[in-house]
Design a protein around this ligand. Structure first.
Ligand SMILES: CC(C)(COP(=O)(O)OP(=O)(O)OC[C@H]1O[C@@H](n2cnc3c(N)ncnc32)[C@H](O)[C@@H]1OP(=O)(O)O)[C@@H](O)C(=O)NCCC(=O)NCCS
Length: 284
């Protein structure tokens, strides 16, 4: 299910020699976020991302060199080293663990899984801009939970950043659904479409095609574990399928005890694992 490899972005090239005499390389790309940027919800403010360029061998040697390069840099306290790699390449996983990187997030996809019926009392409807104040507490409940089990950072401005992002997506008509029980909003799914085409960001992660993306999925704390999430996501999958998508994708945090089992049950499989260490100076 991996897409074809594409050229890495511009950055500092790191090389390493293997015992066989061949060389491998990677590109190191630093990114600094402004405080109002949406990725501040889940990312360190300064990210040092390695884009490895190698085949079957050489990850150990390359990460050793990455470590040496990081040791010469001055990095911020709110920073991370990050590398995204195919989840099933477990040889590389071993190398990342040995250097202190943790699998903080997984990009999982669902393609061709059957559409499950969702019997139940949940009323699901598309949200509009006037629902912003209803959606926000549900979105923040998800952030609060994810901050305990993953990369999410509850910064002082998180609520404003989330509110602005939700408003933007509602305003441009992206699919956001609310699940209601007895007229009370108990769940939300903030989604949008993503087209993986030549030159797009998503072609580095997903095969070309039209994808449904589940950005934020939240069930109110006292309603969790009672089938609400299952009912809501079955509507999301049906609507995305009806719109002609080739599949859906999302991120979850491997240490999240609720979402890991939930998404696996809903037909999602790990494709890419995002390995991180915070702060960047902790890479060993
Ligand atoms: C993850 C979440 C959206 C799931 O929604 P939910 O309504 O709690 O899930 P459901 O009750 O529909 O459970 C569906 C399946 O998940 C599994 N599951 C749910 N809660 C579980 C738990 N506490 N332990 C083990 N398995 C669990 C069950 O296998 C269940 O299958 P079943 O219905 O056949 O028994 C919800 O728990 C939540 O909002 N969690 C906090 C925020 C979060 O993690 N969001 C997702 C970020 S990616």
């Amino acid at each position: 299910m991996l897409p074809a490899a594409v050229r890495p972005p511009d950055g500092e090239v790191i090389t390493a020699a293997l015992a066989t005499g061949t060389r491998v390389a990677g590109v190191l790309v630093p990114t600094r976020l402004t405080p109002d940027a949406m990725p501040t919800l889940w990312s360190a403010l300064e990210v040092w991302e390695l884009h490895p360029m190698l085949g079957e061998h050489g990850m150990a040697e390359l990460v050793d060199q990455w470590r040496a390069v990081m040791g010469r840099l001055r990095t911020a306290p709110d920073s991370s080293c990050l590398v995204t790699w195919p989840s099933r390449d477990v040889g590389a996983a071993r190398v990342f663990l040995d250097h202190g990187l943790v699998p903080l997030s997984t990009l999982a996809i669902r393609t061709g899984a059957p559409l499950l019926p969702s019997p139940g009392a949940l009323k699901v409807r598309r949200a509009a801009l006037r629902d912003l104040d209803t959606l926000l507490p549900l979105a923040l409940a998800e952030l609060e939970y994810s901050a305990m089990v993953g990369g999410t950072v509850l910064r002082p401005g998180a609520e404003q950043v989330k509110r602005a992002a939700l408003a933007r997506h509602l305003d441009q008509g992206d699919p956001i659904w609310i699940g209601e029980r007895d007229g009370i909003a108990v769940a939300m799914a903030e989604c949008w479409y993503n087209e993986s085409i030549t030159g797009s960001w998503s072609e580095t992660r997903l095969r070309h095609g039209l994808w449904g993306y589940v950005n934020s999925f939240s069930v109110a704390p006292s309603f969790r574990g009672a089938g609400v999430g299952r009912e809501l996501v079955s509507v999301v999958h049906r609507e995305f399928a009806a719109a002609g998508t080739d599949g859906t994708f999302l991120y979850f945090n491997p240490p999240n005890p609720l979402s890991t089992v939930f998404w696996a049950r809903q037909g999602y499989r790990p494709l890419w694992t995002i390995w991180e260490i915070r702060p960047a100076s902790a890479l060993r």
